[in-house]
Design a protein around this ligand. Structure first.
Ligand SMILES: Nc1ncnc2c1ncn2[C@@H]1O[C@H](COP(=O)(O)OP(=O)(O)OP(=O)(O)O)[C@@H](O)[C@H]1O
Length: 648
């Protein structure tokens, strides 16, 4: 099981760590003071191919290089065919350039080795000119391929990133609840980040392969034995590179959960949103300790891998060096035995130098591509997984409903055994304001998600008139919804966009000011430096910040601006002052005739304005009726909760 941190532990240990951090300027985790318990180990177990990785042979792993090259080629082809073709053509021409150059050198050397250098030069100059021309062509092709790669790389990176972000936004909400989702998402993100260098590394690797093939062809034509010896020097270094990459990936694999949770925590520790709470409640000490522990954990695992990494690289390099020595010895032996002329041996030296350089880049970039291949497979697996979980439910276009009906609808979260909402049968009618009431965890938000088609019931049906939401096009359903969720977005956009977000552009600002007026934000927005154009993002230069209640008013304005057929507000006024709250509920009543309005609130006085109150208890409808009826009913849950609210 993936273990999660328990907030209780943090709170309990906060004081000790605070002391440690406050009394010394050195980081808490490195003092001798008693330290709180370390955060639990997190295990990245959401991976499907982890076992496959562990069982993979070196051959399986080496196969990933062509796979990664194939994936890169497909990506490149999909973003810019012209540049992809340019790179391939340049690579081939550069390889041909090398072969021509080596053959020309092979032709020129025996001619140069005559006793009269003038005569030698006179004979060899056409071959030498061909060699120079071939080298220049190869270099020009390399530069052209480089230019094409620079154009391709950012496009590949953006395409990979866009795909990932878009799929997240289109995934069924249940996908987020799947075990290990955020770990897999993080691994895929690393894959997408690697896409920045993909084409460049693939180009260098293929160039190395083409150069090696050219050199090997020339070497074989000189003497077949030379090719065998050359290949022997390739194998150990290649294998060493693959094993070293595997070690690296294992470290990545073992630290991914710690890095993931550390990344999340980093946001919490550095965001201005939580800066007050963190300081005033003296949380810094423990949180510093926690963060330091996670850093140490990641660092420790990376350091553990350093020794085997060094050993394997040293071993492979020594073996490769020995074989290269063997090649020089074979050349010397062939010349001494009279089986090869000194001129041919000289050409072999030039060819082997070219092959050696090509080999180095193959090993270096083969390892890099192998690495990319591992991360890319994380990326592609995640993409496939989320693609199968996007909200593609059906093609029926939902219309603004006169009636929403739940027929035995229930919902069980993927990670839970018991249903958050038990089978419920219920009808909501247009023109009605319905309030959902109940204690924490009673299932109100879960029910709202089903009513609005955000989730499909795990059992039973939700019908908008005669349309079953399970088979309706989700976007067509949401077009008629206006939702103010418990946690709403403080979008780092202009004030105007914070109201119109999700709606098509319209000329003029009248409706925007109208929505602002409904929630009592006109004055506040008019006082902003650029009114509706003011950027609402404190962290950005020139940005402006709103108060908590003002953000909530803006979220209500956003939902009202949509003039939806189904208006749903989950604790819409929890941060508002009495005036704001009064205004919102008055507006809801005024807007009610044209829509189905659902309000969730713990402030029971607000419930009076509803036509019907539905009281939920442990996922079931415990009672429903008007506020006055339910309050008057003996031993009603609403009556009990209301009495508690009054008892101060
Ligand atoms: N994403 C989730 N994964 C698993 N369980 C969840 C998830 N969201 C909610 N639950 C569980 O479902 C139950 C109902 O939660 P829900 O959020 O619907 O309650 P609620 O009535 O809206 O509570 P509150 O008044 O606190 O907002 C709770 O037991 C909660 O722990």
């Amino acid at each position: 099981m993936t273990r999660r941190l328990t907030p209780g532990k943090q709170a309990a240990t906060g004081t000790a760590a605070d002391g440690a951090a406050e009394t010394a300027s050195v980081p808490a985790a490195r003092t001798a003071a008693p330290l709180p318990a370390a955060p639990p180990e997190l295990d990245y177990n959401g991976r499907k191919h982890r076992r496959a990785m562990d069982d993979a042979t070196l051959w399986d792993m080496a196969r990933r290089i062509p796979m990664a090259l194939g994936q890169t080629a497909r990506l490149a082809w999909s973003v810019d065919r012209r540049m992809a073709i340019t790179i391939v053509v340049c690579q081939l021409l550069s390889g041909i350039g090398t072969a021509v150059m080596l053959s020309a050198v092979a032709r020129a050397l025996p001619q140069l080795m005559v006793s009269d250098p003038r005569e030698g030069l006179a004979q060899a100059w056409p071959a030498l000119a061909a060699a120079v021309l071939a080298m220049a062509t190869g270099a020009a092709m390399w530069i052209l391929a480089d230019w094409a790669t620079r154009r391709l790389n950012p496009k590949i990176a953006s395409a990979a990133d866009l795909t990932l972000v878009d799929l997240h936004m289109r995934a069924e909400l249940a996908a987020y609840d799947a075990e290990g989702f955020s770990d897999r998402s993080q691994a895929a993100e690393i894959g997408a980040l690697r896409a920045v260098d993909l084409a460049d590394d693939a180009k260098t690797l293929t160039n190395g392969l083409i150069q090696l093939a050219s050199a090997a062809t020339v070497l074989t034509s000189l003497h077949p034995l030379l090719l065998g010896v050359l290949l022997l020097s390739v194998v150990p270094r290649g294998l060493g590179g693959v094993i070293a990459a595997r070690i690296d990936y294992r470290v990545h694999d073992r630290t991914i959960s710690a890095r993931n949770v550390r990344g999340m925590m980093r946001w919490w520790l550095t965001t201005a949103d939580l800066a007050d709470e963190l300081r005033a409640n003296t949380m810094r000490g423990y949180l510093h300790f926690w963060y330091r522990t996670m850093c140490d954990r990641v660092e420790g695992r990376e350091l553990e891998a350093a020794r085997p990494y060094l050993l394997i690289t040293l071993f492979a390099a020594s073996l490769g060096g020995l074989f290269t020595l063997g090649m020089w010895a074979s050349l010397a032996g062939l010349v001494l035995a009279g089986a090869m002329s000194t001129a041919i041996a000289g050409t072999a030296v030039v060819a082997s130098q070219t092959a050696g350089r090509a080999l180095n880049s193959i090993i270096r970039y083969g390892t890099v591509m192998f690495h990319h291949g591992l991360y890319l497979s994380d990326y592609h697996e995640f993409i496939d997984e989320v693609r199968s979980m996007t909200t593609a439910r059906g093609t029926t276009q939902a219309k603004p409903p006169q009636r929403i009906r739940l027929e035995g609808a229930s919902y069980t979260y993927p990670s839970k055994d018991t249903a958050a909402v038990q089978p419920i049968t219920l009808t909501l009618n247009r023109g009605e304001v319905v309030a959902f009431v109940g204690e924490n965890g009673a299932g109100k938000s879960t029910l709202i998600r089903m009513l609005t088609g955000l989730t499909v019931p795990t059992d039973g049906k939700v019908l908008w008139d005669d349309t079953d939401l399970a088979t309706a096009c989700a976007e067509s359903v949401w077009r008629h919804v206006g939702l103010v969720p418990q946690k709403n977005g403080h979008w780092p956009l202009a004030a105007r966009e914070n109201i119109t977000l999700g709606q098509p552009c319209e000329p003029g600002d009248e409706r925007i000011w109208d929505a602002a007026d409904r929630v009592g934000m006109t004055t506040a927005l008019r006082e902003l430096p650029d009114q509706l154009d003011t950027l609402l993002a404190r962290s950005v230069w020139g940005g402006h910040e709103l108060s908590g209640g003002q953000w909530q008013r803006l979220a209500c304005a956003r939902a009202m601006y949509r003039e939806p057929a189904v208006l749903v507000l989950d604790e819409p006024t929890s941060e508002m002052d009495a005036r704001g709250e009064h205004q919102i509920f008055r507006e809801l009543r005024a807007m009610a005739p044209d829509r189905i309005t659902v309000v969730v609130t713990h402030r029971l006085d607000n419930v009076r304005m509803a036509d019907r109150v539905i009281v939920l208890d442990q996922g079931t409808v415990r009672e429903q009726g008007s506020f006055d009826e339910l309050i008057a009913t003996e031993r009603s849950l609403l009556g009990e909760l209301y009495a508690l609210a009054q008892d101060r």
